[in-house]
Design a protein around this ligand. Structure first.
Ligand code: 48Y
Length: 346
């Protein structure tokens, strides 16, 4: 049994996470979900976006499934919940998969998730403000190793995207990336971030595993989502040494919250990444999503008229029709857990 913390968040967060949980429960009963609260409401009560007690519990879980939260930039003292979680759980690697679901292609981005311009060492003074673009040897090595592993798994190479011609921190980062890749036997190509944005618009599919610093990775991955058709379908995993957090890349979308039309695919594919991480079979969800998208009615962000619920049910139906044996497996598992009595005549 795996233990997964769930933070649904606000806006469309709860709607899409409920959809993801439904899909997960339709293919495995090996996961138990535990719900936690976080965000602005918690901050108003306790002065922190998530309580220390909850963090203690979450650290003991196998994974976290996260929806979306609104981060107001004018609430004094408030710090983004997702950024807090990345730091508190030391989730140093952010893998973003931007799929073209209709043509079976994807853009893969590994964003360094713990330092760079998000080092948290910024300060405002009377007459200036400073952010620190921190690259440590440890940070650079571990993210380069992570990217190398992803590249190997995919029979691919790394494209390191940087501004080493100007930034001291990227010059340092670059040296370490090349060192680690040589050790790992992975090819590295490189590109300067500004001109790379043009490539990412015009010819996005052939860059292997794109590796970059925290803020560059943030911007590049948002840009790349234009090729997915909608930001609503893009999943991401934030990986640490002992735990990983999965979330759709989209935000809380307050304008459509509660209307039942949010695209659940980003959250559902995030759950698929989570199953892969846990050693369960996430590929089945990916396959089901692809075949649903090829023929099914989609949510309005993808030009359709479907509701969140309809898309979710459609994907679950695909899971069962792609793999009919599955129902038997589920049934036996339910029996084993004692949820269904073996003798139906009782
Ligand atoms: O996950 C993201 O890419 C978001 O843009 C966050 C970031 O900067 O990494 C911001 C999340 C937030 O505003 O709470």
């Amino acid at each position: 049994m795996y233990r997964v913390a769930v933070i649904k968040g606000d806006g469309i967060g709860p709607e899409v996470i409920n959809a993801a949980i439904e899909v997960v429960n339709s293919i495995t009963s090996k996961i138990r979900f535990y719900e936690f609260e976080g965000g602005v409401e918690v901050f108003k009560r306790y002065g922190v976006p998530i309580t220390e007690e909850d963090l203690e519990q979450i650290r003991k879980m196998d994974a976290v499934l996260f929806g979306a939260t609104t981060t107001p930039f004018d609430l004094p003292g408030y710090k983004s919940l997702i950024i807090t979680l990345r730091q508190e759980l030391d989730l140093y690697a952010n893998l973003r998969i931007i799929p073209d679901l209709r043509n079976g292609r994807e853009i893969v981005i590994v964003r360094e998730n713990s330092e760079g311009l998000y080092s948290g060492q910024g300060r405002a003074y009377e007459d200036k403000a400073v952010d620190v673009r921190l690259i440590t040897r440890r940070g650079a090595e571990r993210i380069a190793r992570f990217a190398a592993r992803i590249a190997k798994d995919r029979n691919s190479f790394i494209t390191f995207v940087h501004k080493a011609n100007v930034l001291t921190s990227d010059k340092y980062f670059r040296k370490i990336v090349f060192e680690v890749a040589r050790e790992e036997g992975v090819e590295v190509r490189e590109a300067i971030v500004d001109s790379f944005t043009i490539k990412l618009v015009r010819n996005p599919w052939n860059h292997g595993v794109i590796l970059s610093e925290n803020l560059f990775g943030d911007i590049l991955s948002d840009l790349a989502t234009i090729h997915a058709g909608s930001i609503g379908i893009v999943p991401t995993g934030n990986y640490g040494e002992n735990i990983a957090l999965f979330e759709p890349i989209h935000g809380s979308a307050p304008d459509i919250a509660g209307k039942g039309i949010a695209n659940p695919i980003g959250a559902i594919l995030s759950a698929a990444m989570m199953l892969d991480y846990l050693g369960l079979d996430g590929r089945r969800i990916w396959d089901a999503v692809r075949s649903y998208v090829a023929k099914g009615n989609l949510t309005p962000d993808m030009g359709g008229t479907a509701t969140t619920m309809e898309v979710t049910r459609g994907i679950i139906a695909e899971i069962h029709s792609l793999d009919p044996l599955d129902l038997d497996e589920m049934w036996m598992e339910e029996v084993r857990l004692g949820r269904i009595p073996l003798r139906m005549d009782e």
